[in-house]
Write a protein that binds this ligand. Structure first.
Ligand SMILES: [Zn+2]
Length: 559
């Protein structure tokens, strides 16, 4: 503890005051003994009294001076004391200031230390946090990797799943398609069954024999239609399997007519082919009006037209031309190569009830007389045509028989002779020369055509010439064996006759056509003379008039 300067000061002053007080006290006591006056003065003469008074004044002055001095000293002391005090206070203040500063500093230092500590703590915390963050980040990275991996796996899974779904959907679609196809087939079968019921005739029931009315020189058409109508599988197709389509103008008409011709419950009432004839006339002007026509022309037109309408080529629509083979790049001397080429084309382009039933294959061969190069070629045919006069001439020229018998009668011709004639080897010369690929020019050539394969239904025209009819008897078998005339033995070989168009009258364009047909129910021959259908006796059978068109159906085939 510092000594208190004020206190010290005070005690000194107190001492001084007490001394003063003692002096006054003494004088007072003296006054009391002298009635209040100084004792000596009271009893002194006047002059002495003056002197005393002066002395007294002087003493008083001295005392006053002393007092003043004292006062001044006292004041000085007091002043000094004030200065001291002030200084002291200043020092004190400065000290306090210093202390404060020190204290502040200490405090400051303390807070700095604390802050440092705090900072260090914080730093530690931050580091820890950082480490934590790092570890979390690492964890996140790992997690992200995992997520990525999972995502990849998921993506792979999704891909697999998508593929499975796609494949499943595809399968479903296929199944649906299959089902739809099956349903369609079932419906078709049911429909067909109904049709079969409608048109089938129970055994031993009377045959359906419906004639066609002549609506103006339509006998050529009526006779032909009856033969085609008695072509079993052809009629079965139209009765049971034909689907009407708007584009099939002729086929639709034929279908309507066939249905009428095999209607069970119409008591064999003749049918008027008006609608059919109208459409026919529209489709081919050759058959328009009421002019007489040729059955052969009619059948050829109808069969070709029906094929066009009903053909469904198997050509792949996406690559139409892949099966087109440039004939110039094929070695025509290679018989098997040519045959393969023909079939590859035929099987794609020809797909109709007509091509299935009526088309056969012909093979032609030409031999160049100069270079001896052989060329093979294959083509389809829907009928065979034999020019009877030429057949007769051919055999007469071979010396096998006279041109005329008994002077004016044409000799009989056998159908096998016609086939032999058809397969003959001909010298093509003069105007008929053939182009040779090797000689690069037209050359004399040996040319022949033969049947390669027979159709299911074979139509044969016995051509008796235009204008005046070449009259001769043609012997044709009810059972035709083609084994010696076919290049290809794995197919129809033996045929049965089932229908014949006969011509009555002096010329092909002037006369009458009738049909003889074998009934599919009772296997008996009937004469179809327009509206009238009558049973034939054996002697009468296709011998009225001249057989013109023969219809054979394959009954035995080598497979
Ligand atoms: Zn040649």
């Amino acid at each position: 503890m510092e000594p208190n300067p004020n206190k010290n000061q005070k005690s000194k002053q107190d001492k001084r005051q007490s001394k003063q007080y003692n002096i006054d006290k003494n004088s007072s006591n003296k006054l009391k003994k002298n009635n209040g006056l100084p004792l000596k003065e009271t009893f002194l003469p006047e002059e002495k009294k003056g002197e005393v008074k002066d002395k007294k004044n002087k003493i008083e002055e001295k005392s006053a001076k002393k007092e003043k001095k004292k006062e001044s000293k006292k004041n000085n002391i007091i002043n000094d004391s004030d200065t001291y005090n002030k200084k002291k206070e200043k020092v004190k203040d400065e000290q306090m200031e210093k202390d404060k500063k020190i204290s502040d500093k200490k405090i400051n230092n303390n807070s700095k230390g604390k802050a440092k500590m705090k900072y260090e703590l914080k730093l530690k915390e931050v580091n820890e946090k950082e480490n934590e963050v790092k570890s979390k980040k690492a964890k996140i990275t790992v997690a992200e990797e995992k997520i990525k991996k999972l995502k990849n796996e998921l993506s792979e899974d999704k891909k697999i799943l998508d593929k499975e779904i796609e494949s499943f959907n595809k399968k479903v679609k296929e199944k649906e398609k299959e089902l739809a196809e099956k349903e369609k087939l079932l419906n078709q079968r049911e429909e067909r069954l109904n049709k079969v019921k409608e048109f089938s005739v129970p055994p031993n029931s009377p045959p359906i024999l419906i004639g066609l009315e002549n609506i103006g020189a339509t006998c050529y058409m009526n006779a032909s239609l009856q033969c085609l109508s008695n072509t079993k599988n052809f009629t079965k197709f139209f009765l049971f399997d034909y689907k009407k389509e708007e584009k099939n103008i002729m086929a639709n008409e034929y279908y309507r007519l066939i249905k009428k011709l095999w209607k069970k419950d119409n008591n064999n009432k003749p049918v008027k082919p008006t609608s059919f004839k109208e459409v026919l006339s529209k489709e081919n002007s050759l058959f328009a009006g009421v002019t007489a026509n040729d059955s052969k022309d009619f059948i050829n037109f109808l069969i070709e037209r029906l094929h066009q309408e009903l053909n469904e080529p198997k050509v792949n629509k996406d690559n139409n031309n892949t099966n087109e083979i440039d004939i110039n790049n094929i070695n025509q001397s290679d018989e098997m190569g040519m045959l393969k080429l023909f079939f590859s084309d035929f099987e794609i382009k020809y797909n109709s009830i007509i091509s299935n039933l009526f088309y056969g294959i012909l093979e032609s061969k030409s031999l160049c007389n100069i270079c001896k190069d052989i060329k093979f070629n294959f083509q389809i045919y829907s009928f065979l045509e034999f020019h009877l006069q030429q057949v007769n001439l051919y055999f007469s020229n071979l010396g096998k028989r006279p041109l005329l018998i008994n002077g004016n009668q044409n000799p009989d011709i056998d159908l096998y002779e016609c086939l032999e004639y058809f397969s003959k080897v001909e010298l093509m010369s003069g105007q008929n020369q053939m182009y040779c690929n090797r000689c690069k020019k037209e050359c004399d050539s040996l040319y022949s055509t033969k049947l390669f394969s027979g159709p299911n239904y074979l139509i044969i025209y016995l051509n008796r010439g235009k204008g005046a009819v070449y009259e001769c008897k043609v012997n044709f078998p009810e059972q035709l064996n083609l084994i010696n005339y076919l290049g290809f033995q794995n197919g129809p070989i033996i045929y049965d006759l089932y229908a014949v168009v006969c011509h009555l009258g002096p010329s092909s364009m002037n006369g009458h056509f009738v049909a003889y047909c074998k009934n599919r129910i009772d296997n008996k021959w009937y004469l179809y003379n327009d509206a009238i259908v009558s049973l034939c006796t054996k002697s009468q059978q296709y011998n009225d008039g001249m057989p013109y068109i023969l219809f054979y159906q394959a009954i035995i085939r080598n497979n």
